[in-house]
Design a binder for this molecule. Structure first.
Ligand code: HEM
Length: 465
């Protein structure tokens, strides 16, 4: 029995941080050749044991609570931003219940109501690009601003949406600055951005609290947004889920849904601009399903837009915003099928991005091809998945494509994200035609918490008649 092999490094403490953040995929590929699927590297004084391949994905996502902890990995980053008592600042069983509270606010009826709202927000936002001749637009900035509007209108409720244009957007920005990799490694640094983050947290919580207080004073009960669904919840053991807990969970949802969705929308549109025939196919699909491009979009109609769905699926395969899932080892664990014992104190890391771009699973893996998903069959039970190379039993986490994770910490926002992205992308292509600029496709910036395109991200657009 021995610890997994370690990647040597020359800069003490910093370790492999630079090589990793410049290009994690190359870093993994180079070291995989030398050490196999499981190896340890040092970054900023911490040891990360990455577990590659579908077995690695399964090992990390399904690791036992007694062996590993997500809280110990993410808490320094998340608690100052979200606040106390929720997500990673409470025992795991409470997080599991919080995820159930949230799920009630993500029903099909809620989604039916959200689609026209998101369509309207998208139209209103992109009116500002409208002129006769078209021009060049900053897609990344636009998607960031639009998703704040759509997510706040649908999940946070009309009161918060009304505030979005001014002060809340700034607070959001300050929270965001406090949600970077540096915050994870250097919790106690007295940086100005940390003070701004803490200030923004208090102000944001107070805004949510005020909205809740007003709803309670006026006996408002007819709202269908997420905020309303979090009020008056109780844990199974009788502990009340307080209004302050609800405020903190709302901030968490805001942070979880914002960059993940806005970068995905940006990449999806960039890939469409790269492959203009797909834009034509998307419009033809809309006409086919709705009869006309003037028919408003709806949740139920979009379920029949297979290409639209596959554009998003393919975008998340190639450009997943979250590329490293961490759990801190709290009891030494043996990696199955090996003699490796991963020591207590290490982090185990899954990087499904590695399997998502692996030629073993996806032919011509770096090529954007939404149609590839026509021939990949996922059985509804999730029991097995046919990726064209034979069925994989227990598809759940032994799965090459896991942009939303798997297991107990799996994303609960997937359906909402799809609904939001489908509506934004469909509305945008109805309004504008687009092309890449002479700079072509931007590269990936892996130094951000949520991987994003290297800025600036611009496209050339022309309004449709
Ligand atoms: C968890 C990805 C959108 C809320 C996760 C995880 C991933 C992920 C990979 C697993 C984290 C882990 O295992 O450590 C994404 C992507 C999104 C997206 C790619 C969009 C394209 C959203 C949205 C919301 C949301 C819109 C809420 C409105 C959550 C929550 C968790 C989660 C509450 C659970 C964390 C836990 O149990 O530890 N997401 N997410 N996500 N996500 Fe998402």
């Amino acid at each position: 029995k021995s610890a997994p092999p370690e990647v040597p490094y020359w800069i003490p403490y910093l370790g492999s941080a630079i090589a990793f953040s410049v290009n994690p995929l190359k870093f993994y590929a180079d070291n995989r050749k030398k050490y196999g699927d499981v190896f340890t590297y040092t970054m900023v004084g911490r040891k990360f044991t990455v577990c590659l391949g579908i077995e690695g994905n399964n090992f990390v996502f399904n690791a036992k609570l007694a062996d590993v902890s997500a809280e110990e990995s993410y808490k320094p980053l998340t608690t100052p931003v979200f606040g106390k008592g929720v997500v990673y600042d409470c025992p795991n069983h409470m997080l599991m219940e919080q995820k159930k509270f949230v799920k009630w606010g993500m029903s099909n009826d809620a989604f039916r109501a959200y689609v026209p709202e998101i369509e309207e927000e998208t139209r209103n936002y992109f009116q500002r690009w409208n002129n006769k001749t078209g021009g060049r637009g900053d897609l990344f900035k636009a998607m960031g601003e639009l998703i704040i509007n759509t997510a706040s209108r649908t999940l946070m409720g009309p009161e918060i949406r009304a505030l979005m244009d001014d002060s809340v957007a700034q607070l959001y920005h300050d929270l965001d600055d406090g949600f970077q990799p540096i915050n994870m490694f250097f919790e106690w640094l007295p940086l100005p951005s940390y003070f701004r983050r803490d200030n923004a947290h208090i102000k944001m919580r107070n805004i949510f609290k005020q909205v809740i207080d007003d709803r309670r004073t006026n006996n408002v009960t007819d709202k269908t947004d997420m905020l309303q669904s979090l009020l008056n919840q109780t844990y199974k053991d009788g502990t009340p889920f307080t209004d302050v807990d609800a405020c903190h969970l709302m901030i968490a949802l805001l942070m979880a849904g914002q960059h993940t969705s806005s970068t995905t929308a940006t990449w999806a549109l960039l890939h469409l601009a790269e492959h203009p025939h797909l834009i034509k196919e998307l419009l033809a699909e809309q006409k086919d399903v709705l009869g006309s491009l003037d028919t408003p979009l709806s949740f139920d109609a979009m379920k029949n837009m297979t290409l639209l769905e596959n554009v998003i699926r393919e975008t998340l395969r190639l450009r997943p915003p979250i590329i490293m899932i961490l759990r801190k080892v709290i009891r030494p664990i043996t990696y199955p099928g090996t003699d490796y014992v991963i020591p207590k104190g290490n982090y185990i890391a899954a990087s499904p991005i590695a399997t998502q771009v692996d030629e073993q699973f996806y032919k011509n893996a770096m090529h954007f091809d939404p149609h590839r998903w026509n021939s990949i069959k996922e059985e509804e039970s999730g029991e097995s998945v046919d990726y064209g190379f034979g069925k994989i039993a227990g598809g759940g986490a032994r799965n090459p494509n896991l942009p939303f994770g798997a297991g107990r910490h799996r994303c609960i926002g997937e359906t909402f994200a799809y609904v939001q992205l489908k509506t934004v992308i469909s509305t945008f292509v109805r309004m504008y035609d687009m092309e890449l600029t002479e700079k072509g496709m931007p590269g990936q910036d892996f130094t951000k918490m949520f991987v994003q395109p290297v800025l600036p991200v611009e496209i050339n657009y022309t309004p449709r008649k």
